[in-house]
Design a protein around this ligand. Structure first.
Ligand code: SAH
Length: 215
């Protein structure tokens, strides 16, 4: 691929993001800087700049870029925030977040995915990501509370431990609903007195599964 072709593909990628509602300049610039191709293997790598989910190892998927952009936008992350992501998968979402906040803790129940994502974070010199193999349905109590929590796997309801690990004023974005149907992306804001729930859009994610996977 020539440099011109590569630039053309990136321009189309950014155009697709904007046309789907990703309008925040900081997020667009982070997504321009992080090479999605580094997070996809084999024959799918050449489709990394298309706006579609793609298969990754362990039967999981890397989310569609416009969904990554819209979830990041809904999360309203600031430069001083400590963010927890449940569902490292390929590591792409964590990499995008890492350019927008102070520190990202990302966890996955597949050790292999965490290991492979860590290698990409190192190769791309993203030092403010901590990737851990653990069951994210319990959150990450050692590092709680968090300013922001992003869940990239669908639970039937917001998991209690995650709600309790959110700071007051903090925001959590997550898909909720049965895994084999269309789910709703929701935004939960923790108030002094309780939680505020807002429904954002229909989405489709792999399920949040309790317990560690075997690989
Ligand atoms: N954010 C990822 C895509 C995530 S796919 C990316 O940018 O590529 C959803 C991920 O959630 C899968 O990797 C799956 O293993 C993980 N997952 C499902 N249940 C989990 C749990 N209880 N704890 C941690 N990770 C979980």
């Amino acid at each position: 691929m020539t440099e011109d072709e590569a630039a053309q593909i990136k321009m189309q990628f950014l155009y697709a993001l904007r046309s789907k509602g990703v309008t925040d300049a900081r997020i667009l610039s982070a997504m321009e800087r992080i090479d999605r191709g580094a997070f996809v293997r084999g024959i799918f790598a050449e489709r990394a700049y298309e706006d579609m989910p793609l298969p990754i190892a362990c039967g999981q998927t890397i989310s569609q870029p416009s969904v990554v952009g819209l979830m990041t936008q809904a999360l309203a992350v600031g430069p001083r925030d400590r963010v927890l992501e449940i569902g490292t998968g390929s590591g792409y979402q964590a990499a995008v977040l890492s350019l927008l906040c102070r520190r990202v803790y990302t966890v996955d129940r597949h050790r292999r995915l965490v290991r492979e994502a860590q290698a990409v974070f190192e190769a791309l010199s993203l030092p403010n990501i901590v990737a851990l193999a653990t069951d994210g349905s319990r959150g990450l109590p050692d590092q709680a509370p968090f300013d922001r929590i992003l869940v990239t796997a669908a639970a039937e309801d917001p998991p209690g431990p995650l709600l309790s690990q959110l700071k007051i004023g903090g925001i959590m974005v997550l898909p909720v609903g049965q895994s084999d149907t269309v789910q709703s992306l929701i935004r939960v804001t923790r108030l002094e007195t309780g939680f505020d729930y807002e429904e954002l859009r229909p989405v489709r994610f792999v399920p949040l599964v309790e317990g560690m996977a075997g690989d």
